[in-house]
Write a protein of this length. Structure first.
Lengths: 157, 135
């Protein structure tokens, strides 16, 4: 038994290290990102957002233009591990859901910050696109996703 | 025309919109109004010129890939990839705008973007929309 433990130690230690690093730093990064999102969302709270295709009261529009935001974001190894386990038993994949939520919020926020910089007060026809970067790279492992948001920003006269 | 708003402009005309090069995909682009609504708010479309499109396929960069795999340990944004895709999408959009310019368009309406994985390690960015002339 002791010898078995000693023999798997060189493999188990790095794996354990990566998992612990993932739990610690990954969790910290996620909380910091959520705090950052909440703070930045306050600054653009006054912008009205919708996904309607027709701008109402178009005569009062002073300027309009395309705005967009995108982000590529990855989970940590611990979350990927947890997700893989979840794949065995079924149920909601919280880690993946959190990743997508963070990515969409970040992409939309970058879009809104661009609109805000242009003096826009309204954003129309918001669309989201998604692509899985890790699949593109032909690799398995940590989830890497890109979310893109685009919309028409409007400034009223 | 005189009653129409004077300051309708593309993203390049938004004051301060180019505050961050990484977040802006139309840096230094030609003057062309882009919207993803079906009409240009406050302006009248007098002629529909047809579909315009632009695309580009980009392969990943080895150095960025290594950096990304290190970042994978702890999760978070992969800035190298964000910039790569932003830049690729900007190029696809510029190609679409160049096509619209050739048709003599004032604007491209209903702009859409898609991304597809063509081969492992490469992504295609595709932008398309309808070129129109405005009153």
């Amino acid at each position: 038994m002791f010898q078995l433990l000693m023999s798997i130690w060189p493999i188990a230690l790095p794996v354990l290290g990566i998992l612990i690093l993932g739990v610690g730093v990954g969790g910290y990064n996620e909380r910091r990102h959520l705090r950052d999102l909440a703070a930045r969302e306050q600054a653009v709270r006054h912008i009205r957002v919708n996904n309607l295709r027709h701008v109402t009261d178009a005569d009062a529009v002073a300027a309009a233009g395309l705005v967009m935001g995108n982000v590529v974001i990855a989970t940590d190894y611990f979350k990927s591990f947890a997700t893989a386990l979840r794949g065995l038993v079924g149920g909601e994949m919280r880690a993946a859901q959190m990743l997508m939520t963070r990515a969409r919020r970040e992409a939309l926020l970058r879009l809104l910050e661009q609109a805000h910089a242009g003096g826009a007060t309204e954003v129309w026809n918001v669309r989201f696109g998604f692509s899985n970067i890790s699949q593109m790279r032909g690799k398995r492992g940590a989830m890497q996703v890109e979310v893109i948001a685009w919309a028409t920003a409007v400034r009223r006269g | 025309m005189t009653s129409a708003p004077a300051a309708v402009g593309g993203i390049d005309r938004w004051p301060g919109a180019l505050h961050n090069a990484a977040r802006n995909y139309l840096h230094g682009a030609a003057r062309m109004l882009l919207v993803n609504t079906e009409a240009v708010p406050g302006r009248q479309i007098i002629e529909v010129l047809g579909l315009v499109q632009g695309n580009t396929i980009r392969a990943k960069h080895m150095g960025r890939d290594i950096a990304a795999s290190l970042k994978n340990l702890v999760g978070g944004e992969l800035r190298g990839y964000t910039e790569l895709l932003t830049e690729a999408r900007r190029q696809a959009t510029e190609r679409m705008m160049a096509q619209a310019q050739q048709l003599g368009a004032d604007a491209v309406v209903n702009v859409r973007f898609t991304t597809s994985a063509v081969t492992a390690g490469a992504a295609e960015m595709y932008a398309y929309g309808t070129a129109v002339r405005l009153a």
